[in-house]
Write a protein that binds this ligand. Structure first.
Ligand SMILES: C[S@@+](CC[C@H](N)C(=O)[O-])C[C@H]1O[C@@H](n2cnc3c(N)ncnc32)[C@H](O)[C@@H]1O
Length: 497
């Protein structure tokens, strides 16, 4: 019964928008977090259908149950595990089982469908159909991609080499491959579970969605640099930053939430990260002039957001109060903009990557546009030109991610860079070869080879700075040719991917 009570409590709080559902589940201290999370997510997904069933059977009146608990119990009875526990509530609800079942059956007949999922609104149906691959980031602080691939092959899994198209990421059970955008990312079929796997427990692999790997990858701080992760817990992106920095330099990580920081501390310990300095502190109160941050040139800002891009947090929102939703988004956007402005005020900052797991323009493009207006010394870097989903017009330099187009959670990333005429010398981003280029030729690949001229490159705008007019004026055709060659080389060197 504890499971149902806890699930109902969380559902009610989430519906009142007290906090994100995921946060509520993790903060609940419930013994079986995974079971609780699944039950709450599924109940929320079918919320409006369950409500209709409960209302038409007058269940609340007859059982004295409250709506959130009734929804959880009816979900489990009709669509879930079938009420395995539940004490006196179970007995009460079982009396109404036949009526509940017949209302659900009538709904299906009326809509001419056979499965429960088919009753869902179109956007949620798509989501059920679009099962996401399981992404695994190899933790290069502790091991290498080749070693992990070998280990998994010996474990009985079939390695298919390097992916080259999004469609390649649809895998059968026991198959896996290497991602085409991120070198250290392996991709598995959706149901693959590594929670009890040795590699996970030993910190050799991190279970992290592909989209969530983008911010650290694109920021790409060099080993030895000083970096801030402003809203860092539970720390997946911090651990990724540390791996990119080869565990060298200083990684200042802040978070307001002490409990999440404790989780982060455990995660970083398991991942072998040693360059971090954690602080349970409000990032907005961190003094940019404090001498300890004088060398901070890179920052990752992944602030609290609506979480609307997280697949399991999506629900049928047709009955949500639109005014309340808008007010919440406005308040989140105002906080996100404050964080961005504060981040860009660090005196030596060169690059800041901003990300959210939200699909709302208000938290993404609108925040970025407002920030650019208020910080004319910074501009956006155009990211991964071949990435299938761009920021909404006109901010197409930014990236978006979604279940449909990138086979990931919904996500948004923008990279700010200081102008080279804004006081600080901006170096070119560190060159990182694309995984496709870097893949050893000997690897087996079931995927089509990309034509040589389709290599994905991502060029920093800074290196597209036009040649100064004076230099252009004195150009001879030979000089122009030489300079064009030089510029081309510079652009190639500035490739992030
Ligand atoms: C989206 S989560 C960060 C996830 C993290 N980047 C990761 O990859 O694991 C946002 C975090 O911001 C924290 N937060 C919210 N307001 C904050 C503030 N003013 N200062 C520092 N952290 C804050 C929250 O506690 C939460 O842990």
């Amino acid at each position: 019964m504890a499971l149902y009570m806890k699930a109902a409590e969380i559902l009610e709080k989430a519906e009142r928008k007290q906090a994100a559902l995921k946060t509520l589940v993790y903060d609940s201290k419930f013994a079986n977090i995974k079971q609780l999370f699944a039950l709450v997510c599924e109940t929320q997904k079918f919320s409006s259908i369950l409500e209709e069933i409960i209302e038409s059977t007058k269940l609340l009146k007859q059982t004295k149950l409250r709506m959130p608990l009734a929804k959880v119990l009816v979900y489990d009875l009709l669509m879930g595990q079938g009420l395995k526990c539940g004490g006196s509530w179970k007995a009460a609800i079982m009396k109404h089982r036949a009526r509940l079942q017949s209302v659900l059956a009538r709904m299906k007949v009326k809509q001419k469908v056979s499965k429960n999922e088919d009753l869902l609104p179109k956007n949620l149906k798509q989501l059920v159909a679009d099962q996401l691959p399981r992404y695994v980031r190899v933790n290069t602080v502790k091991t290498t991609v080749d070693d992990v691939v070998d280990y998994l092959k010996r474990d009985g899994l079939t390695y298919l080499g390097q992916a080259s198209r999004i469609d390649d990421l649809t895998l059968k059970e026991k198959e896996f491959l290497r991602d085409m955008h991120l070198q250290e990312l392996l991709v598995f079929s959706p149901k693959t579970d590594f929670h009890d796997h040795f590699l996970y427990k030993a910190g050799h692999i991190i279970l992290q969605d592909k989209a969530s790997c983008l911010p650290a990858y694109l920021l790409n701080p060099p080993p030895g640099s000083h970096v801030i992760d402003a809203c860092a817990a539970p720390g997946n992106k911090s651990s990724h930053l540390a791996a990119i920095m080869k565990n060298k330099g200083r990684l200042f990580a802040f978070d307001l939430d002490a409990k999440r920081l404790t989780t982060m501390s455990t995660l970083l310990l398991r991942a072998g990260v040693t360059c971090q300095q954690l602080a349970n502190q409000d990032f907005l109160k961190v003094d940019p002039e404090d001498p300890q941050y004088k060398d901070v040139e890179y920052m990752l800002l992944d602030p609290s957001c609506s979480g609307s891009g997280m697949v399991c947090l999506q629900h049928d929102d047709s009955s949500d109060n639109q005014e309340r939703v808008e007010a919440r988004l406005a308040s989140l956007a105002s906080f996100q903009l404050k964080c961005l402005n504060h981040g860009l005020s660090f005196p030596r900052l060169k690059r800041l990557v901003y990300s959210t797991c939200s699909i709302h323009r208000q938290e993404n493009e609108e925040v970025v546009a407002a920030c650019l207006k208020q910080n004319p010394g910074f501009r956006l870097v155009s990211l991964l030109p071949r990435w299938p989903e761009r920021g909404l017009e006109p901010l197409t330099q930014c990236l978006r991610a979604s279940t449909q187009k990138t086979r990931t959670q919904g996500f948004f990333v923008a990279l700010f860079e200081k102008h080279n005429n804004a006081g600080t010398k901006v170096e070119k981003p560190v060159v990182q070869k694309s995984s496709v280029e870097a893949a050893p030729h000997s690897q087996p690949s079931r995927c089509k080879k990309r034509p040589a001229d389709s290599e994905e490159t991502e060029t920093s705008e800074i290196d597209k700075t036009p040649i100064p007019a004076a230099e252009e004026a004195e150009s001879t055709p030979a000089k122009k040719k030489k300079r064009r060659k030089r510029n081309k080389k510079k652009m190639k060197e500035a490739t992030v991917e």
